[in-house]
Design a protein. Structure first.
Length: 233
């Protein structure tokens, strides 16, 4: 569907560009073809009037009006008006062309983000195989370091399963997203992710009670995977 829409947008852009070029060509042709009224030169010889002797039936001499002189100013005005109309239409078509190009660029830029990325079928099995390392990391060292290390090993398992990270995602956001897509316990997932952020970015000390909360949440995450994880003894 996206490819079809981009094809239509591209065809519309080409048609609009061709129409704009035709309009500009017509504008140039109209401008060059418009009659130009030349001012009368003082050096031009005026036609000499032939004087006829007055007769009984003669009346006042009538002035002769040239058809070309009479039609010159209206034709020039019409050419200027047509040029103005063509210029307005050309500007309008160029605006449409610009809008079409912007839409095409935006749709191509959003395409990678809008494409859903499903977790690979091997992800639950990968998490199952690495469960022992997740809990081992949580039990070693100080509570802060242990919680951070346990979450990092969880991220490494997700990466090992071949999950592709989106351009706007961090590794932590990727882990939360794919585990949420696997429909694990949402409360347990939020707990372990929140404890990781607290351990990673806060300054206050963490205790063994925080470590125990992280372990309970991690066990719940593994227990609600599509393929049940074997919890280490």
């Amino acid at each position: 569907m996206g490819e079809r829409l981009r094809g239509v947008s591209t065809r519309s852009t080409v048609v609009a560009a061709a129409a704009a070029l035709v309009i500009v060509a017509l504008m140039l042709a109209t401008t060059h073809g418009a009659p130009v009224v030349q001012p009368a030169s003082s050096d031009q010889a005026l036609p000499s009037a032939t004087l006829q002797p007055p007769t009984a039936t003669s009346t006042a001499p009538t002035a002769s009006v040239s058809p070309t002189a009479a039609s010159g100013p209206p034709m020039a005005w019409m050419g200027m008006a047509l040029t103005g109309v063509v210029a307005v239409v050309a500007v309008f078509l160029l605006l449409l062309l610009t809008a079409a190009v912007v839409r095409v660029l935006r749709s191509r830029r959003r395409a990678p983000e809008s494409t859903p990325v499903e977790p690979p079928p091997s992800l639950p099995e990968q998490l199952h195989r690495d469960a022992a390392s997740h809990f081992a990391a949580l039990r070693e060292g100080e509570p802060r370091e242990a919680i951070v290390r346990a979450w990092v090993t969880l991220q490494q398992s997700v990466a090992a399963a071949g999950v592709t990270r989106r351009p706007s995602e961090t590794s932590s956001e990727l882990t939360v997203r794919v585990l949420d897509d696997l429909a694990v316990d949402p409360d347990a997932l939020r707990t372990i992710a929140g404890l990781y952020r607290e351990a990673r970015f806060s300054q206050h000390p963490l205790t063994n009670a925080d470590r125990e909360r992280a372990e309970v949440a991690l066990r719940r995450v593994h227990a609600t995977l599509p393929v049940a994880a074997r919890e280490p003894s």
